[in-house]
Design a protein around this ligand. Sequence first.
Ligand code: NAP
Length: 291
Amino acid sequence: MVLMSGVQPASVIRQSCTKRSGEYEKSYGRRPALAVVLVGDNPSSRSYVRTKRRACEQVGIDHRDFFLDSSISQEALLELVAGLNADDSVDGILVQLPLPPGIDERLVIDSIDPAKDVDGFTPVNMGNLLIGNPCLAPCTPAGILEMIDYYSIRTEGKSICIIGRSNIVGKPLAAMLMQRNRNATVTVCHSQTPDLRRHTLNADIIISAVGHPSLVDADMVSPGAVVIDVGITRVEDPAAEKGFRWVGDCDFDALSLKCSAITPVPGGVGPMTIAMLMSNTVKAAFARRAE
Ligand code: NAP
């Protein structure tokens, strides 16, 4: 059984980003720059923003944080994004989700210049992704593909069951895996799928992105399958040092006896997502110069 840690492949991507951002600075006299907008004080969002800042510092990307009060109006937020779109010294814009109630998330995301949309969430990038055109791809699905390649897992001719159909993971991942360069046969399951087990048992590769601990147990997986666990949920655990721990969607201990490869949680897909954000920011910086 192969333990597909995200730590090593993420480190390879970060090394490449460090080299590329150094080249960018040499050519253009400044580092690539990422603007991160955080509205409100959601503790998980704050922690994600801190992780992103640390990653930027490691690879030589300038990081500008915009911490806004949750009472900010939609108009003021749209104005800030418009300012970042127009600012030539900003290469990437990330608006941390979720946004507070009263702000139309879609409207805000859609207002980001697609050339700076390092999360790959705008309709232009999503549309290009579906067509198979070059684009800034969403970081988690892109990280999963990098991980699949790093561990030499072939997708050609394979049946892949994705559990979850969100715009940030399930849908773009399905679009990427069904392209001609991947040639997988993809099934996308969701909360309204009857008999989930029927689909997972049929799959060579199962990718779960739900956020329900123990959703996928050993009875749902065929021997030798590959399991990629995107889900991450905080569960209280008095025995843990911090009083909680992070778990995925899959019953790791039971599945690891049955499958040929599995990702851990934490330390699997998570580090890949951050690495791909760095990669997209460097990519956006170079692409804007080529425009
Ligand atoms: P989301 O928007 O809440 O989507 C969850 C999906 O799971 C929905 O499509 C939902 O179906 C489906 N679902 C819910 N219950 C189900 C069930 N019992 N059986 C089958 N499908 C079910 O979540 P998300 O943003 O995609 O994130 C999913 C998980 O991945 C979360 O734990 C999140 O924290 C984690 N995540 C991790 C990373 C990382 O870097 N490691 C990145 C992104 C997300 P419906 O569409 O029918 O509601």
